[in-house]
Design a protein around this ligand. Structure first.
Ligand code: LLP
Length: 872
């Protein structure tokens, strides 16, 4: 890397389309400019600022449409007038005189419509049309900021950025996907310095060698900013966008993705190239060469420290990001005849070159070469592919595999990380991987899979990378907060009942912890929201979630029946509610002994069978009775694989293929299948699942002929994280109503557990000890995995708050650990509690009302938690 000249006092700021489309955003820009020119940032002397702007959002697409429609004069002129109107609107919002500020630009735009070059869509004409968006937005910005008292001047980017021809570049690319020189000398800088302190210029455009306009192509404005940064040896280039920086994964797909606070150029380049949309990969190289740091910041959240990319970033080996690129096309080429034939690769690649296709990944064996084509580098239309395949067929057998996604792990030292990736391999193990490629710079490892699989894979892989230590998120110099945390801190959180009842809860905790507390009004409220769904004929509470007598009593009075899984649950239920009508009780055991079925039958409750074994081996129990048949619809759903109860690997339910055998056995015993049932798992948030199951079971019920009711199970999810969406109960109601309207002949039953009680329960604990080992903080609690098993068993996430210091600011993240002698006895990793957290503080674990106390145990001979209820 060349030694860089000392930085000048220029800072380059780039703002994209959404950042320049609205007045309040321009106010933010104005504030940022003042801070930088007046030296308001601590330890940053005043700077000169060059602002690079994109066109208002959507405008470049409109200009492209004008080019595409060039043959239709009426359409072109209508589009131009619409664009002018759009800019007039922006002027009105910003209270500047549209004609006075943009009149000349409007005239230039109209003139382009009448330009003779437009008839043939000449490339130079196209470039000029495309340039109009930035020319207008930059002019408008100057006018507005002047009204706000900023002494800002307009600069024509084409006077400074010169497009240069590259070898292998065709005319189109030279004009519309140009590259520029970016090595500046002192003379250039001196000339530039004669300009004012504060300038606004255009992204995306440059000067063509013929004196006309050239366009920089995709990511153009970022690249313009980088060119200016390099030419001026700027202090830094700031890319202002709509996310706070680069993340370890696309935060919209992986909410636990972490902000990458600091990266070196190579890693940033790799992350940008392999899928992160936040920064165009082309813009890194000029800054890297000139050693100009790049900052990525969020215009909506200007005070949030984003990502800094520079050559001083500390080198932390490990995976920094996981990304995916869609639309990848694989071309597999089998040599005909000879193995390792000399010149085979040359023959093949010559044909890719002929079609203007650049190859991305390569895998090879003696007789096969498979390569990938990335649509962001290539125009991979079906015409081009067909022509390529026809040509390749002359030298090999060709197969195209598409659409695929390339899933890439990026980070330094990939080769020395392989041993940590065992769990990651196992995630891929289930899917078909078409190609694996490890980059020769040791910075990435890429897997090409079917496109449909990639989206679901990313969150799971991300979690595994953290758990295995391959992504070293403890390195706080590199890894910042998660997207979830950033979002949660921005949006006002829901107020939970336990915040309102804080003082009561503190009093209860003083009686001893660990202690579960259940808020009965919340249980009632959930029960009523389900009761309001008219499509449902019967509701059963799955009491395995929480069999506390007070909860059973509340749900009984709200009209719920009950679902039990064991004879002991049945006994408990009838002990609590001795007068309960047995037809309101379902018994849904799994591989239970004969005696439990006998006990249930003796109580005359509904008994569910999910295999033919009980009918064949204990026919006397079921003779002449009505039975419930549990079907396995062939798939499982839910928050963790351990709670998914469908599909071949799950022990539950009868496969529809075995229905004839079951019906025969039922006939033989004169048992009548009256209810069909399915429950595919727990913690499902997609409301369309239950109507789908209903539809599936209706089909079987129609075949059986004796069915009167269909039980679509439970499994309704709840939000465990503060920012998670609540279960969409309205959509659930609507969807079930549609299903019921389609097949009204069957009664519809449901049997939720968690939904009714999870949010109604909290676990109170006390802080026992604090420690700091090798820089890693730990906070100990007195409730172990014996008291709340879910985090250890499923990696479940529960909110943890210090109830003694509820509203205090968070301190350094700590691992929340517990007293059981197992490393797995961890309640939460890297959780931020108030800095003042101390021994004997009361810590509350939220959303613990379902599968909490009922799964508690006496491991290490610790006592079971206490339980208490709160009611109005
Ligand atoms: N019906 C049947 C047949 C079930 O097996 C279950 C739960 C339910 C209904 C109620 O599902 P819910 O609405 O609560 O999701 N211990 C795990 C959950 C295991 C669920 C077992 N079966 C956890 O803590 O997440």
């Amino acid at each position: 890397m060349p030694a860089a000249a000392p930085a000048s006092d220029w800072i380059v700021l780039k703002f994209g389309g959404t950042s320049v489309s609205r007045r309040h955003r321009w106010d933010t820009i104005g504030r940022l400019l003042r801070e930088r020119t007046e030296g308001d940032i601590p330890e940053q002397p005043p700077a000169r600022v060059l602002v690079v702007v994109s066109a208002l959002s959507g405008v470049t697409n409109e200009l492209q449409a004008i080019i595409d429609q060039h043959a239709d004069a009426v359409d072109v002129s209508a589009r131009i007038e619409a664009l002018i109107e759009r800019h007039r609107g922006a002027c009105a919002e910003m209270e500047v005189d549209a004609e006075g500020v943009l009149g000349e630009r409007f005239a230039a735009l109209r003139a382009l419509a009448g330009d003779r070059r437009g008839v043939s869509a000449d490339l130079s004409w196209q470039a000029e049309v495309l340039a109009q968006g930035e020319l207008m937005s930059s002019t408008l910005g100057v006018a507005y900021l002047r009204t706000q008292g900023l002494a800002v001047d307009w600069l024509d980017a084409r006077d400074w950025l010169e497009a240069r021809a590259l070898p292998n570049q065709n005319e189109w690319a030279r004009r519309l996907s140009a590259s520029c020189a970016y090595i500046g000398d002192d003379e250039l800088r001196m000339r530039f310095d004669r300009n004012a302190r504060l300038l606004i210029t255009q992204g995306f455009i440059a000067r063509h060698p013929d004196g006309g306009t050239a366009i920089l192509g995709r990511g153009g404005s970022d690249t313009s900013a980088a060119y200016f940064g390099a030419l001026l040896h700027a202090r830094r280039v700031e890319i202002w966008t709509d996310v706070p920086g680069m993340f370890t994964a696309n935060p919209r797909a992986v909410p636990d993705a972490r902000l990458l606070s600091r990266l070196d150029y190579e890693e940033a380049q790799e992350i940008a190239t392999t899928g992160a949309k936040v920064l165009h990969p082309r813009c890194i190289h000029p800054c890297r060469e000139a050693r100009v740091p790049i900052w990525i910041r969020d215009t909506e959240r200007p005070d949030l420290a984003g990502t800094v990319i520079d050559h001083r970033a500390v080198t932390v080996p490990g995976v920094k990001a996981i990304s995916s690129r869609r639309g990848i096309v694989l071309v597999s080429m089998e040599t005909i005849g000879m193995w390792q034939q000399v010149g085979f690769l040359a023959d093949v690649f010559e044909r890719f070159k002929r079609h203007g296709l650049s190859v991305d990944l390569i895998g090879s064996s003696e007789a096969n070469v498979t390569v990938s084509l990335d649509p962001s580098d290539n125009l991979v239309s079906s015409n081009v592919l067909d022509a390529l395949c026809a040509d390749l067929a002359e030298v090999c057998r060709v197969k195209v595999i598409a659409p695929c996604s390339a899933v890439t792990l990026v980070g330094r030292g990939m080769r020395s990380l392989l041993h940590k990736l065992t769990d990651v391999w196992s995630e891929f193990g289930r899917e078909r991987v078409h190609l694996v490629s490890q980059s020769s710079n040791d910075l990435n490892l890429t897997f090409v899979v079917d496109e449909a699989l990639a989206d679901g894979l990313l969150p799971r892989l991300h979690e595994k990378l953290i758990q295995s230590g391959a992504m070293p998120v403890d390195a706080t110099e590199v890894f910042g907060p998660s997207w979830r945390q950033i979002e949660a801190s921005a949006s006002p959180r829901r107020v939970s009942w336990w915040q309102r009842e804080r003082s009561q809860l503190l009093g209860m905790a003083a009686q001893g912890t660990p202690r579960y507390v259940y808020h009965l009004p919340t249980v009632r409220e959930r029960a009523r929201s389900l009761a309001a769904i008219s499509a449902v004929n019967c509701r059963f509470y799955a009491l395995k979630a929480n069999p506390h007598p007070a909860i059973l009593a509340v749900l009984d009075s709200e009209g719920f029946g009950f679902e039990c899984v064991s004879a002991a649950e049945l006994e408990h239920l009838f002990a609590v509610l001795p007068t309960l009508d047995p037809t309101r009780v379902l018994f849904t055991p799994s591989f239970a002994p004969r005696a439990e079925y006998a006990a249930a039958i003796a109580r005359d409750v509904w008994v569910t069978l999910d295999s033919v074994y009980p009918l064949q081996h204990w026919p006397e129990l079921f003779a002449g009775r009505q039975i419930v048949l549990r079907i396995d619809p062939g798939y499982g759903l839910g928050h963790h694989e351990k709670v998914r109860t469908g599909g071949r690997e799950a022990k539950f339910g009868l496969a529809p293929e075995s229905l004839p055998e079951f019906i025969a056995a039922a006939r033989a015993t004169r048992a009548k299948i009256t209810v069909l049932h399915a429950h595919v798992g727990s913690g499902i948030l997609d409301a369309s699942h239950w109507p789908q199951v209903y539809a599936q079971l209706v089909e079987l019920a129609d075949r059986i002929g004796t069915v009167a009711a269909i039980d679509v199970g439970g499994g309704l999810g709840v939000p465990y994280t503060p920012d998670a969406e609540a279960f969409d109960i309205a959509a659930f109601g609507r969807e079930l109503a549609n299903a019921k309207a389609a097949w009204p002949q069957y009664a519809l039953w449901i049997e939720p557990g968690r939904y009714l009680v999870a949010e109604a329960g909290v676990l109170l604990t006390h802080v026992t000890q604090l420690s700091d080992k090798l820089g890693l903080r730990r906070i100990g609690l007195d409730a172990g995995m014996n008291a709340l098993l879910r985090p250890a068993l499923y990696g479940a996430w529960h909110e943890i708050v210090n109830l003694s210091h509820l509203d205090e600011a968070d301190g350094t993240p700590a691992d929340i650990v517990r007293p059981i002698c197992e490393t797995g006895d961890m309640l939460g990793r890297r959780r931020a509690l108030p800095a003042s957290t101390a021994e004997n503080d009361v810590v509350l674990i939220a959303t613990a009302g379902a599968y909490g106390q009922v799964m508690a145990n006496r491991y290490n001979l610790r006592a079971l938690p206490q339980e208490e209820v709160l009611d109005d």
